[in-house]
Design a protein around this ligand. Structure first.
Ligand SMILES: [Zn+2]
Ligand SMILES: [Zn+2]
Length: 54
């Protein structure tokens, strides 16, 4: 695990039941998001380049 916090809500992923990791489509940085934000389809923001997406 590269990032320990959900990029959408800032929740600690070690405390989350589920989470997903994927690469930023723009810069390839690993983005982590908790299962709750994934389910709610919250926007994410890449911590590296600021790219936002659904
Ligand atoms: Zn979250
Ligand atoms: Zn990026």
């Amino acid at each position: 695990m590269e990032n320990e916090e959900c990029t959408s809500c800032g929740r600690n992923l070690r405390a989350a039941e589920t989470f997903v990791e994927f690469d930023c489509p723009k810069c390839g940085e690993t983005i982590s998001r908790c299962g709750k934000c994934k389910k709610l389809a919250r926007e994410y923001e890449c911590p590296e380049c600021g790219f936002t997406g659904p």
